[in-house]
Design a protein around this ligand. Sequence first.
Ligand code: MRU
Length: 359
Amino acid sequence: MTRSLWIDAAGLPRTIDQTLLPFATREISLDSRQACAEAIRTMRVRGAPLIGAVGAYGLALALRADPGDDALESACAGLLATRPTAVNLRWALERVRERVAGLPPAQRAAAAWAECAAICDEDVACNRVIGGHAARLLLAAREADGERALNVLTHCNAGRIATIDEGTALAAVYRLQRDGVPVHVWVDETRPRNQGAGLTAWELAQRGIPHTVIADNAGGLLMQRGQVDAVIVGCDRVAANGDVANKIGTYLKALAARDADVPFFVACPLASIDPGAPHGDAIEIEYRDPREITHVQGFDDEAGAMRALRIVPEGTVALNPGFDITPARLVTALVTERGVVSASREGIATLLAGTSPDR
Ligand code: MRU
């Protein structure tokens, strides 16, 4: 597997079921709009850029089945409803819809398919550029004390499997590795779904990158003790003022980073910016099944199967917001494929105007 979403011998999109990682690597075929929608809803695929690409393929597959106007609209609406926070889904669906809407129905499926392929190729290219910019910032954050490893902390998984390839936040780590810079990653476990412990640790191990999984609550101490040079995370949506929606717990890391004087970077493809959201309060937060809080999911080695174990008294009420908002003032910089900008209205406006970024 090179990319996390590829076209198989049957001409259909194929991916890895991330709900089984790191315990099993099972490929799934995304052979219909329904299969794409189900994969996003159940988080077999997750991570904002990958959600967008799979949504786009879902629309292309829907158009193969019925290229009419009604089908186009209902497929867009159905796919958009699968997960609410990552704006990349809406971005990708709108991109495909705009590409095909003016075409005769007979030409729509092929055009949509080509657009999906372009979205995937551009994602890889964009992430490589982000990785280069972010690697430079991370290096600058290392105190000038010789050859010791650069210590980076990350939350959730903004790596290869959250994108088509490379990742956004982790693209920087892969770039540093290619450049021969010794790097070590503190991996927040990222309760409740443990994308850090399960997915980030898995993908860093595949690349031979030294890493240590920590409880979500440990990062503050490590930052106070000088064990973190910089924090870098991905994002699901960035508002027009630079507020950042990302996996629940990101905000607390940003607060700790500010208090400990540790730089806090957000890897942010342009597709994750929502100019229609004036600030973070306007971003819809996904609330997920409380069972993700009341139970932990893991692999039972003896039974050879996944198991859910309850960790609260029976009947306990739980609340499960999937994302939080990090205010722009806590973000050191947004790292995009157009360069590095401040998390601010001015920074975002510069990016969207396509003019040179401020750093
Ligand atoms: O709920 P998830 O696993 O889809 O959340 C993923 C994140 O929060 C990532 O940090 C974000 O999507 C960026 S992925 C490049």
